[in-house]
Design a protein around this ligand. Structure first.
Ligand code: SF4
Length: 414
């Protein structure tokens, strides 16, 4: 989904609660941590304020800050009516209370959302003033309502809130709908470059390649599959340039050289960082390569276990490219499957595989854990593109992520 996602495709997250419980400051605390806010829709005194944004790691969402559903008086009645309309378009509800003050009003809201089958997260704001009563927390947890404690002005608990939102978001929102469908329109051509070397499995293609082909067919696009050696000849024979070239990241340099500069180019792995994870987070994560120094520890994580063959990408090729880039020996730690370390502090960078065997929620949880611990995370294709000096080219099909990457780099290395 692109950063210009239409409003209807955004997850609508409603903030509900009495007046002065800190809904707006909670929204500001979340906003401060964002890569980009698409735009603000100014609210009147009675209108709920809508903030569309890219909420990492979920993607496009719109927060609806309601005015306070318990208002009294004439103006208040109008506010209440507007706030009630928000109930109808809420996908996930945050019920916010201050200083542990959960009462019958909040129970009423909870019952309302329950009847609508809308997931609810209970947010106990101003946790520094008073903690939520243990009895209330126990009751909410027994009812499977996630409880998050925040101190909005300090940003405390915001990461817990993100984690709870990711867990509460409906599956069909979490799953990206397409790999290539928004990049290659019906009737357009994508060229897929698939090296057949000794690391390639015998007699078949690997899952990301197969899924990319299937996605193009599902979207009525054309697809040409070639090895890297034949790419230039194949492109020369076309009567019009392809819409996109997608390569295995290991052939990046040759494919970048053989693809005309005006043809967008990327890799399967980068497509999957968007499809299974969060491309913007992982693109910005690649900037941490710049800060690596000899002796630093890098975690290389693969979501499934496969037997390394020959020059395995995670064990041999990425360590080699990064060592060359850094100009000294780095310490690489490889993990496979579900063994992701609780403590990431020994690592300067996490490099993840495309996670083609996983659902998106599983990888997003890992991205959140990295973010929580302040450790940069990127993926195979992005780290290779960065160390080969072609990351901007590899991000050109994704203008939103490219823009965020360029902005983040300017902040780090003005
Ligand atoms: S899950 Fe990761 S390691 Fe396993 S095949 Fe997919 S990209 Fe490769």
């Amino acid at each position: 989904m692109t950063q210009g996602a239409p409003r209807g495709m955004r997850l609508h997250i409603g903030l509900f609660g009495r007046r002065n419980v800190g809904k707006s400051s909670l929204l500001n605390a979340i906003t401060r941590q964002q890569v980009s806010i698409v735009s603000d829709q100014a609210g009147t005194t009675t209108d709920p304020v809508e903030k569309p944004m890219e909420l990492l790691p979920l993607g496009p969402v719109v927060f609806i800050d309601t005015a306070g559903i318990d208002d009294e008086g004439a103006l208040g009645a109008l506010r209440v009516a507007k706030t009630r309309q928000v109930l109808d378009r809420t996908d996930v509800a945050l019920i916010v209370v201050a200083a542990g003050d959960w009462g019958p009003f909040e129970d009423g809201l909870l019952a309302e959302f329950r009847s609508r089958q809308v997931p609810v997260i209970a947010v106990f704001n101003q946790d520094d003033v008073a903690a939520p009563p243990p009895g209330v927390v126990a009751r909410l947890e027994a009812e499977k309502v996630p409880v998050v404690r925040t101190v909005a002005p300090q940003g405390r608990g915001v990461l817990d809130l993100r984690t709870a939102l990711l867990a509460a978001a409906p599956q069909d929102f979490v799953d990206n709908p397409t790999i290539l469908g928004d990049l290659v329109s019906p009737g357009e051509l994508a060229v897929l470059v698939v090296p057949i070397d000794k690391e390639a499995p015998k007699g078949r293609l690997i899952l990301p390649q197969v899924q990319a082909i299937r996605d193009l067919l599902d979207n009525d696009a054309f697809c040409m599959v070639v090895k890297e050696r034949e790419l230039r000849t194949a492109l020369d024979r076309l009567t019009a340039p392809p819409r996109l070239v997608v390569t295995d990241s290991q052939a990046f340099l040759k494919v970048a050289a053989d693809t005309p500069p005006d043809v967008p180019m990327t890799s399967f792995s980068i497509l999957f960082s968007r499809f299974k994870g969060d491309l913007t987070t992982m693109a910005i994560g690649a900037l941490a390569i710049e800060d690596l120094r000899p002796g630093d520890r890098v975690l290389v994580a693969e979501a499934c276990s496969h037997h390394p063959i020959g020059e395995d990408i995670g064990r041999v090729k990425i360590p080699r490219w990064l060592t060359q880039y850094v100009g000294g020996k780095l310490e690489f730690v490889q993990i496979q499957g579900h063994d992701f370390p609780e403590d990431l502090s020994p690592y300067k960078l996490v490099i993840h595989c495309g996670a083609c065997m996983w659902n998106r929620r599983a990888l997003l949880n890992r991205l959140l854990r990295c973010r929580e611990q302040g450790v940069a995370v990127t993926n195979y294709g992005l780290s290779i593109a960065y160390s080969l000096g072609i990351i901007e080219r590899a991000l050109t099909p994704f203008p939103g992520s490219l823009e965020a990457f360029v902005a983040a780099r300017a902040t780090r290395h003005p």
